[in-house]
Write a protein that binds this ligand. Structure first.
Ligand code: MN
Length: 420
């Protein structure tokens, strides 16, 4: 018998009782930020559920983790606490359990219509790292930036490559993105220019949110790494390609990336994603022993990007990809990150890198979709090489179950002009 909630959930909803993603919200303007889970068109206020004494399991009974303005404390408690919370919430929301179903006063206090709430960043992100884990993306970018001879760097099949991103400019879905200004160099040996980026792009990614961290000097074993990952969000790693192309040799991305990174508000847990686990691609050459996993897992998450061009009412889908295209797994990324002794902390964010598939329709950014502007994309009667002011980009992700979805909602942002 399928799990079912007393709250009516549309079959197309991303948030049935099988999902229960965590976020942080304000029920009304000016009220305190608090954790919640999404259920259908509602947000369940976990601070109210905790105050009512309904988290009665041994780990969460006396915890104040749900009266915090972010999820860091809960995430730091680890998988046994997450499992206990999930079991409690699936019980409370099920149609056979009266504790919340038949308590009108508590329902009134704790269930807030989703369209009334303000969503906030769900975690305080201390550090943000962005990987480069899709082979198709690595190959396409290498071909565009360095030429077709050796598009994938020699180290790529041995190392989950990454760079340290900027945590301070991570913003929640719905936040406008100001077009960055910076240096670019058009072609050949012409002098560099300075001004608003001429090649502003999105990147379709997902981000893993770290739960318990590791002590400085003590790497995480790749086979234990999943216990350090609380869940996933959608992530748009906005990129200024002209700034990036000119600055990134030899140290990698800097100002071409650090002006803004948008994440979706709901963190979908690995427990909710487990029914959608699938085998990761076979790795050839085999990775070094510290990256060799007993089980090498991806997830079947259908991903899509839509653009609503400036001044228009309708969006158009510009790419469809899937999380299962990643070559390096989340657990390999996390283990590699710590192998030199580097410590991760609760709330750290690990971006996957742009998730491109093998087909041109599945490329995860405009750099690839338009081949660096050579083949403009036609879009509702207009066309785009890169993003223009007023364009709005929306990422979505969803796992299709038998009669239900486990989805991520949306991750969107609109480009506004550079400051003069
Ligand atoms: Mn990226």
């Amino acid at each position: 018998m399928a799990l079912k909630s007393f709250i009516e959930v549309h079959p197309d909803s991303h948030f049935p009782i099988q999902n229960l993603p965590y976020g942080v919200f304000r029920p009304e303007p000016g009220s305190a930020a608090r954790p919640g889970v999404a259920i259908g068109d509602y947000v369940l206020d976990l601070s109210e559920i905790a105050s009512a004494g309904l988290f009665d399991g041994p780990i969460l009974k006396n915890s104040d983790c749900f009266s915090q303005p972010n999820l860091n404390k809960f995430m730091a408690m680890g998988r046994s606490a997450w499992k206990e919370a999930r079991a409690t919430l699936q019980g409370l929301l099920s149609y056979t359990e009266p504790a919340l179903r038949d308590n009108a006063a508590l329902r009134q206090k704790s269930l807030v219509p989703m369209n009334k709430v303000e969503m906030l960043l769900p975690v305080a992100v201390g550090d943000y790292t962005d990987f480069f884990s899709s082979m198709h993306h690595a190959k396409n970018c290498g071909t565009i930036f360095r030429g077709p001879e050796n598009p994938i760097p020699a180290n790529w099949f041995h190392i989950p490559i990454a760079y340290h991103g900027r945590a301070s400019s991570i913003v929640i879905s719905g936040t406008d993105i100001i077009r960055p200004r910076g240096q670019g160099r058009p072609t050949g040996n012409t002098p560099p220019y300075f001004g608003p980026s001429l090649k502003l792009d999105f990147e379709l990614e997902m981000g893993a949110i770290v739960g318990p961290g590791n002590e400085l000097g003590k790497p995480v074993d790749v086979n234990e790494a999943a216990n350090h990952i609380f869940g996933l969000v959608l992530l748009n790693d906005w990129s200024a390609r002209d700034i990036q192309a000119w600055e990134y040799v030899p140290l990698g991305p800097f100002l071409g990336k650090s002006f803004g990174t948008t994440i979706s508000p709901w963190i979908v847990t690995l427990d909710a994603l487990e029914p959608f686990a699938c085998d990761a691609p076979k790795q050839e050459p085999p990775p070094l022993p510290y990256l060799a996993e007993k089980i090498s897992k991806n997830y079947d998450i259908a991903l899509e990007v839509q653009i609503k061009p400036a001044g228009q009412e309708d969006s158009r889908v510009v790419t469809k990809s899937n999380f299962n295209h990643l070559y390096w797994t989340l657990t390999q990324q996390l283990a590699h990150h710590t192998i030199n002794g580097c410590n991760l902390r609760p709330g750290d964010l690990l971006g996957t890198g742009t998730i491109s598939g093998p087909e041109p329709e599945s490329f995860g950014c405009l750099l690839e979709l338009t081949w660096n502007g050579q083949n403009p994309l036609s879009l509702n009667g207009t066309s785009r090489k890169f993003l223009e002011d007023g364009d709005e980009v929306t990422l979505t992700g969803c796992c299709k179950g038998n009669g239900y979805n486990v989805g991520f909602g949306t991750c969107s942002g609109k480009i506004i002009p550079s400051h003069p």
